[in-house]
Design a protein around this ligand. Structure first.
Ligand code: GCW
Length: 759
């Protein structure tokens, strides 16, 4: 009877495997979609023998989470639930989870090796017929457990494992630009996942899944609210809600942080000022911080956007970034918290005809190097303008030698096709992480300087952040492939040396299938997608020529008008006239190049040595300039836009060929979006080329496809809205977009930008 039952269960399970490609799948399981492995697969037997049981010695919520995850993975992939026991003796075929002073560590003589791996590192080793997952802390064990599961998800052998891992950055943090009313600034996946309107009474099951997904890729921190911050988040009413979220994330090693509104002492504290040197204000922040820690004892600290795009800050009181940051640093210091102070500042100097937004962060922050408290870290966007599809690395990286800096990447695709376009961002992030700044000689890459490998920052933490792309859409990120950006942000934050191809391959296998007929072409498509998007949107160093409302389609025709900030307008960036195009940032132009170290400075200063993919970022270039391949700049631009568009057509073909290899639901969804991507690539290509052509009067090379739309139609093409709107019934908040905040009276008139005289 027992055997009969067992047979029936196995039969049903086998049936499930057979049907898995046909099953509807809404993508909600992200990379934790543990797909059944066929019993006929040799690896099934190997895995089943290796994870018969789980044993652990010290029980903590984090160890319980690791056990639960491994049981779930084994049950779903193998049809077998490993028994879990608290014991120091493990039967053969066990996974042994151990940390701290657990006996397994000494019996394996692993203590010394472990000591070098820090609090989040781990060691996975096969010994005595078991697999040992060892860490210095239970968090290390949890990360190791997810690694072990990943090996099975990607069909790697579990024989003779000997793996050591240690994360590159201490703090690997997501920044949610999510508002109180559950709108999400630059979010394209539905309302915020944080249900402030329902908490603390109703607690979404998604919070735990969010924690699992992050832990699986090594993300250990999260800022729950928008940097355009509403002070209400630190009132008791909201702290009670934040506490619930923090309690759920804690076992998964994800620490909660909050964005601050610098004016909170006035707006919610009832003080007359928020001056950071005022004793009352300083005391108010100390008390407030203590209160926050009473709700969340492991609260991570604050993220602050100050004196940027209309947000309040110390400069409102004639004080400096140092005064502001150090005041908050003093408040969190007794609790071990940190302050992440953003350098996204670009005050227009109306008196400076050479005003260049790219220079501003460096100009404002360099003078303060060495003056920040040791628990302050400066958060700097990867590029000097604003998350453009391609920018050079920001000049501040490596330049501040006595202050830790952290890179801010944008996982949400504000300038990279929202949740409509398939754009895999790892290759773009790698360009920045791998870029040599030469700050401390060759090898001072973006990763190395921020990891603290070039200048050791005594007492400081190292960190890396990504603006999150989550929302309440079933698949979390709007586009299934946008999940890969969340995934790869975590993987690169753990190890910036991983390759884009390696991460893509893992993600595809964990998310869709191990079918090589699917993995290989999809990996190729992902790897080509960033370059394609640059080509059909802003090739050759063009930047910020998006429609200013929404940052989705082209806005290359938008002109600087009195009363608008010039540096929010495409014309400011492309500077096209009948003779030339591009922004001269050389020593003869705005001299941005001089903020870089040699030899990068010279490389970018010289038109011959500037990589062509950044040409118009650094140079103003005549339309008839000869490119390395012999084409004129104009012809090359026409070719690049066409190449980008053609690539999207290839993506459609690649995808259509894969029908039937995955579930129909996700297949159709992606197929539909790829269609839109091609449509919008045409909008970009035709729009930008026709606009520039109206200025330079040059023909589009005759061998290339002709535009199929008129410029007028394209200029009036619908604009997409930038962000999710508020949830009905949710509390009202002030508008947070920069456009909504900056008072017209405070905007200086546009400075003229330097143009070469026409010859
Ligand atoms: O890229 C710009 C966005 C703003 C954002 C700002 C920032 C949160 O358009 O929406 O505001 O950057 O990073 O602060």
């Amino acid at each position: 009877m027992k055997n009969l039952l067992k047979g029936a269960v196995t039969g049903v399970w086998l049936l499930l495997i057979g049907m898995s490609a046909a099953f509807a799948n809404d993508g909600s399981k992200l990379w934790l979609d543990y797909q059944p492995i066929a019993a006929s697969d040799a690896l099934h037997g190997e895995y089943a023998a290796a994870v018969k049981a789980i044993s652990y010695q010290t029980s903590t919520p984090t160890i319980a989470a690791a056990v639960e995850e491994l049981q779930l993975a084994a049950r779903t992939m193998l049809g077998q639930t490993p028994t879990a026991a608290r014991s120091t003796r493990a039967a053969a075929g066990s996974v042994v989870l151990a940390f701290g002073r657990d006996r397994a560590i000494s019996s394996l003589k692993a203590a010394k090796e472990l000591a070098a791996l820090g609090k989040d590192g781990y060691l996975i080793r096969t010994a005595n017929g078991n697999i040992y997952v060892l860490g210095n802390t239970d968090k290390g064990v949890l990360y190791g457990t997810f690694h072990l599961i990943r090996l099975m998800q990607t069909r790697r052998s579990l024989a003779a494992l000997d793996i050591t891992e240690k994360p590159a950055f201490d703090v690997r943090i997501l920044n949610h630009w999510d508002n109180l009313n559950r709108s999400s600034e630059r979010g394209y996946a539905g309302p915020s996942i944080w249900e402030w309107d329902k908490l603390p009474d109703t607690v979404s099951t998604r919070y735990k899944d969010y924690a699992r997904a992050n832990a699986a890729v090594g993300i250990n921190a999260t800022v729950l609210n928008n940097v355009n911050a509403n002070a209400a988040f630190i009132t008791p009413e909201y702290l009670e809600k934040v506490k619930i979220v923090a309690d759920i994330l804690r076992p998964y090693g994800v620490r909660v942080y909050l964005s601050l509104n610098f004016n909170a002492p006035v707006s919610i504290g009832g003080l007359a000022t928020s001056d950071p040197l005022d004793a009352g204000v300083r005391q108010w922040w100390k008390d407030k911080t203590k209160e926050i820690y009473s709700y969340i004892p492991d609260f991570g600290g604050f993220l602050v956007k100050a004196n940027s795009e209309g947000q309040p800050g110390p400069q409102d009181y004639g004080r400096s970034h140092v005064d502001g940051a150090n005041m908050l640093a003093a408040a969190v210091k007794p609790f071990g918290g940190i302050v992440m102070w953003r350098a996204f500042v670009y005050t227009v100097d109306a008196g400076d005809p050479m005003y260049d937004r790219a220079k501003q962060a460096y100009l404002e922050f360099m003078p303060f190097d060495g003056q920040f408290a040791d628990n302050v870290i400066i958060q700097v966007k990867n590029g000097p303008i604003d998350f453009q599809p391609r920018e050079p690395i920001t000049s501040l990286f490596g330049a501040m030698t006595k202050t830790p800096l952290m890179i801010e990447f944008q996982v949400t695709q504000e300038y990279l096709g929202h949740s409509i376009q398939l754009v895999y961002l790892a290759p773009m992030w790698k360009e920045v992480l791998d870029q040599d700044t030469y700050a401390g000689g060759p090898g001072s890459t973006g990763a190395a300087v921020t990891e603290g490998k070039v200048y050791p920052f005594a007492g400081g933490v190292s960190a890396i952040s990504g603006v999150a792309n989550t929302g309440t859409d079933a698949n979390w990120t709007g586009h299934i492939f946008a999940q890969s950006n969340w995934y790869s942000f975590g993987r690169l934050a753990w190890n910036p040396e991983l390759t884009s191809a390696g991460i893509a391959g893992e993600w595809i296998r964990m998310t869709f299938t191990n079918d090589p007929g699917f993995v290989a072409p999809v990996e190729q498509m992902m790897l080509a997608s960033h370059e394609a998007s640059v080509n059909y949107m802003q090739p050759l160093g063009l930047h910020h020529i998006f429609a200013s409302s929404g940052h989705y389609g082209p806005g290359v025709w938008e002109r600087i008008r009195p009363g608008t900030r010039p540096d929010w307008v495409p014309e400011y960036y492309h500077r096209a006239d009948s003779l030339a195009v591009g922004f001269d940032r050389t020593v003869k132009g705005t001299d941005y190049v001089s903020q870089y170290f040699s030899p990068l400075k010279e490389t970018y200063n010289n038109i011959e040595t500037t990589p062509e993919n950044m040409l118009l970022f650094f140079h103003r270039v005549p339309w008839d300039y000869r490119m390395k391949n012999g084409r004129t700049l104009w012809d090359e631009m026409c070719y690049k836009y066409t190449e980008g568009l053609d690539a999207t057509r290839e993506f459609q073909k690649t995808w259509d060929r894969l029908e039937g290899r995955i579930d129909a639901e996700r297949f159709k969804e992606v197929q539909y979006k790829l269609r839109e991507q091609t449509r919008d690539a045409i909008w970009w290509r035709d729009g930008v080329l026709l606009y520039f052509q109206s200025i330079n009067k040059l023909p589009i090379p005759y061998e290339l496809e002709r535009p199929i739309n008129s410029l007028e139609v394209l200029m009036n093409h619908r604009q997409r809205m930038s962000s999710t709107s508020a949830v009905p019934g949710a509390p009202r908040v002030e508008p947070t977009s920069p456009m909504g905040i900056v008072q017209p009276s405070r905007i200086p008139p546009p400075p003229p930008f330097p143009q070469r005289p026409r010859q």
